[in-house]
Write a protein that binds this ligand. Structure first.
Ligand SMILES: Cc1cc2nc3c(=O)[nH]c(=O)nc-3n(C[C@H](O)[C@H](O)[C@H](O)COP(=O)(O)O)c2cc1C
Length: 310
């Protein structure tokens, strides 16, 4: 049977969660989802990962908090957020009525706070899973960041997996020597999937004032500049882990997203692209469909992990 745009199957299966297509929004770049309703049909997305939530509301870092660089963006938002109680009271009721899987990005200053967030959210309906943000909320405290070494990663994932009734996706930091070791620690501790990459520790300087361009001095680099490194890391991790991998880092087009799938990701997240083009995630779904049609690919899941290295 001829492959047409209408017959193409874009669905992917993470094992614990089926998605209508492989495109999710990346945490922190898509608000709590509802802010983007004027720009795209939220039902078109594979899933929505909301901004990272601590238990209490947080102000984040002092401004300036965003700076543009060649092919990228450095942010030092510092995980500003409304906190779980306001999220559940004001955002979740509307968000869960959309019919697109909602994944909550979970943050904490320590293990107890991470556990408190999932325990609170576990009492609510309409959440498909948690994405555990184990990267540092404050890059000045990088030494305390669980994402930077295997044992703290293992301990945190184990604790949160035991505390929660929902699937857990562990989101990894790329600011490490061996991302595979950290991913394996998360897998051994029982994570249901891993997501990578978070942003790369970076800085920008204003030469005239000789001051850092960000209030926090350092921030996280995202966007097209990081895509080749993110692809390499996704390929390394997907080659070694049993659990599914969700890939991200500089995905701006359907072609970028498909490259991550070929590298071994079962789904992707779109981040910085939504700053350039607020309906980027929905456009990328259409671009994936068109590529599949042009290449006679009846089901997009068939291209996952098909990279030829020999
Ligand atoms: C402004 C901004 C805020 C972010 N906030 C979060 C967050 O709250 N939690 C998280 O896990 N990642 C956060 N991230 C990282 C993104 O989810 C994503 O991992 C990263 O930007 C790489 O993807 P991209 O190159 O497509 O943007 C943030 C990124 C940006 C640019």
């Amino acid at each position: 049977m001829a492959v047409t745009a209408k017959t193409i199957d874009l669905s992917v299966d993470l094992g614990f969660l089926g998605l209508r297509n492989p495109v999710l929004t990346a945490s922190g770049t898509f608000g709590y989802g509802l802010e983007f309703e004027p720009y795209l049909d939220l039902e078109k997305l594979g899933g929505i990962v909301v901004k990272g939530l601590f238990y209490k509301p947080r102000e984040g870092n002092p401004p300036p908090r965003l700076v543009e660089t060649a092919s990228g963006l450095i942010n030092a938002i510092g995980l500003q957020g409304v906190g779980v109680e306001a999220f559940v009271a004001k955002v979740l009721p509307k968000l869960r009525s959309i019919g697109t899987p909602i994944i909550v990005n979970v943050c904490g200053a320590d293990e107890d706070e991470y556990a408190a967030v999932v325990e609170y959210l576990d009492k609510q309906e309409g959440i498909a899973g948690y994405e555990l943000n184990i990267s540092c909320p404050n890059v000045k405290k990088e030494g305390l960041c669980p994402a930077l070494s295997p044992q703290p990663t293992f301990d945190l994932v184990k604790r949160i997996k035991a505390a929660s009734r929902r699937p857990l996706i562990t989101k990894l930091s790329p600011n490490v020597t061996s991302i595979v070791e950290i991913a394996q620690a998360a897998e051994e501790a029982g994570t249901d999937a891993v997501a990578l990459v978070n942003t790369f520790l970076a800085m920008a300087i204003d030469l005239e004032t000789r001051r850092p361009k960000l209030g926090n001095v350092y921030g996280g680099l995202s966007g097209p500049a990081i895509k080749p490194i993110a692809l390499r890391m996704v390929h390394q991790v997907a080659s070694r882990l049993e659990v599914p991998v969700i890939g991200m880092g500089g995905i701006m087009t359907g072609t970028d997203a498909l490259e991550f799938l070929v590298a071994g990701a079962s789904a992707v997240e779109v981040g910085t692209a939504s700053f350039v083009d607020p309906d980027a995630a929905a456009r990328i779904v259409d671009e994936i469909r068109r590529w599949c049609e042009a290449h006679g690919v009846a089901a997009v899941r068939d291209i996952i992990g098909t990279l030829k290295t020999t």
